[in-house]
Design a protein around this ligand. Structure first.
Ligand code: HEC
Length: 136
């Protein structure tokens, strides 16, 4: 009996599975999403100036340990912002600038964040994923 047709079929099967797997991305988190014009290294200063940390616990930001608002842990894995907007960079910047416009009456006040500050903070939040450390 000749084996080469069988071997060929087996090789084809392996190649097909490998190809299929190369396209598979298991529910990718938004970690390392880019925020145009945002610089994560400036976020700590902006968060301090605007006082986000009085209401939010934010990993890696020392003074941000408030409990009035939801903790912004593993931000890159969130599907929604405030349970309402899809978690995209543009929506996060909007939320940080104008929460009261998006959700009138929400307990998060408009803090007067500039576009630049909002982008810097957003850039930082998207660095937070399941590997985040509280000691950054
Ligand atoms: C006075 C308290 C307070 C301050 C100050 C505050 N927030 Fe909030 N924030 C909240 C509350 C309360 C919510 C929940 C709002 C909702 O779900 O309607 C919230 C929601 C959020 C969310 C969405 C959270 C989620 O789980 O979907 C983000 C992101 C956020 N705030 C970022 C910020 C940033 C950045 C700042 C500083 C510029 C800030 N917040 C300042 C109270 C505050």
């Amino acid at each position: 009996m000749r084996w080469w047709p069988l071997i060929l079929v087996a090789l084809l099967a392996v190649a097909t599975v490998a190809f299929a797997l190369s396209w598979y991305t298991p529910d990718e988190p938004h970690e390392n999403v880019r925020v145009a014009g945002g610089d994560a290294s400036r976020a700590s200063a902006a968060i301090g100036q605007l006082g986000c940390g009085t209401c939010h616990t934010i990993p890696g930001i020392k003074s941000a340990n408030g409990g009035a608002g939801p903790p912004l842990i593993r931000w890159s894995e969130r599907s929604y912002i405030a349970g309402r907007l899809p978690n995209t960079p543009a929506n996060l910047v909007r939320w940080i600038r104008d929460p009261q416009v998006i959700e009138p009456g929400t307990a998060m006040p408009d803090l007067g964040a500039s576009e630049g500050q909002a982008r810097d903070i957003a850039a930082y939040l998207y660095t937070l994923g399941d590997r985040e450390r509280f000691d950054r």
